[in-house]
Design a protein around this ligand. Sequence first.
Ligand code: PHB
Ligand code: FE
Length: 344
Amino acid sequence: MAMKEVMEKSGISNPRGLGITAEFSVDPANNITGYKSFRAGKFQFRRDEYFAYIETPKGTHMMSVDAFLRALMRDVAWGFFYGTVNFDPVFGTTNFYGEVDMFYGALNEAYVSEGRDYIERFKSDQLMNIFKQMISDWTNAGFDPFAAPRETGVPWGAKNGDNDGAVSRQRVTARRMVGMKGDTPLRSDKSGFPVNVMFHDVDQDQPEVHAEPGFEGEVSAFNLFGYLSRSDVTWNPSVCSVVKDSLFCPTTEEYILPVEHGNDRCEWFIQLSDEITWNIKDGSSGRPKAVVQMKPGDVACMPADIRHQGFSPKRSMLLVWENGSPKLPELIREGKAPTVAVQF
Ligand code: PHB
Ligand code: FE
């Protein structure tokens, strides 16, 4: 059932002054493919055996369904993430933290110059509700959109079961640090996190901690390389330690980051193992800017006004260091904070 469309303004940052769309619907499963269709405002989503189709008032966009589901999985598990999640150079979402824009062509110079761009704004929880139903319905048994391609089945074909266990995973977010009392636990064989075959050479020893009496709950250490070697997902930075707004979000990577992430703040990358090549493009036009090849020990700072997509030929370990301050996007938009973290 479609809800009435509500256009209202909110106090949340809204640089384009868009009203809120609150119109959603789910169409019954298609007789031939078995998949439901979904509508959010004037965006209509359907899938068939190979493709996802996004119909908008300015045109219909097609994506290979494996790429679409991998991108949708990240948007869902990350709660629309920081800034923009470009599913590809045409379609994506921009997070305004409470509200979210969904766009077609709006961050693509060619689409904009031809007037083919289209944006609608939603309450985040309402759009998330539709996205969650979509990832659940469109993911077949045996396909895990978080897994590296060599570790999972295929998404093709007519509807065949589901993989709700896999698609309902949320990213790890430690309150203080992984392994501390009452915080997110370490990984082990027993808890269902075996060492990945590409990381069998990673030492699994844990550090010894000898806390002074009275500080037993405050002093903690763990083997981060061992922890990462047991990650069952790829391209999913999880918050493993927190000091005020400083968030260490390490992740294991293999194959291609399924989104072009458009930053709304600077973020640091420290390559912990193996190699990742990053394609960097301008955040709003999509014009190519740079290719950055990172080898173990390399450190890079991604500016706040770019989008980037990583390619990892072997499973690698990457530390993403985020500044979680909610004030940053607005400060950067207003020109009160720089788009680069260092100037030489
Ligand atoms: C990023 O956008 O900075 C990002 C996203 C996912 C990753 C790594 C980096 O796995
Ligand atoms: Fe990023």
